[in-house]
Design a protein. Sequence first.
Length: 253
Amino acid sequence: MALIAAQMYTLREFCKTPAEIAVACARVKKMGYDGIQMSGMGPIDPHEMRKILDGEGLVCCATHIPIDRMENETEAVVEEHNILGCKYTAIGGFFPKEAWTRKLWLDFIARYNAIAEKFKGTGMTIGYHNHSHEFAPAEGFRPIDMLINMLDPSIWMEIDTYWVADGGGDPTAYIKRVAGRLPGVHFKDLTKNPDRTTKMCEIGDGNLNWPSIVEACRYAGVKWYIVERDRGDMDAFDSLERSIYNMREKMGL
């Protein structure tokens, strides 16, 4: 069976203290998840977090941390992840407030490539998680293309299926495009609203072509299928349970 993790950002409102985190991890394990991605949680000592994970039989497959920590606290980040037994971290994206220019994105790419150099030889790899704004054209380019083509090949690309589709892209195509540098992919489904905006929903209950996406993930060498739902109608815990049920029972993962 595939390794499926819960992105804890989904449960951020229920993970503000170590005690709440422990309860959430227990519930996630009971649903059948193999691991978690740490993101959006309240502060917790890495030793305490590792104890919770080991006690539940869960793995920390990846984390999201701020770029400033990667850049300025590299040794501490590596040490914390060693305690957690985690080899992968990523930023949630680059969100420039200035007017977009090619130079703005090139400067970010140069900065992130330099940070990636700091992690080489540590046993850890940093990554980039996309949203939809990277698919918007500006000055004759799309940031997503620059990121894929110009970020150091050691930087993994955490493709998010919902945000690719929301930005007008094909999740299957982008997963295949970054084959070999995709240890974890964010599974997130969507439905269309009457006004043509999109809405997040549980895996398998929306409009994405999951057979094609799963086939692409296998081609790309994905290790972890990471379930996330930022917002939606269903209770966050119920959402995670519904998604893993569909993935295991209906999609055969």
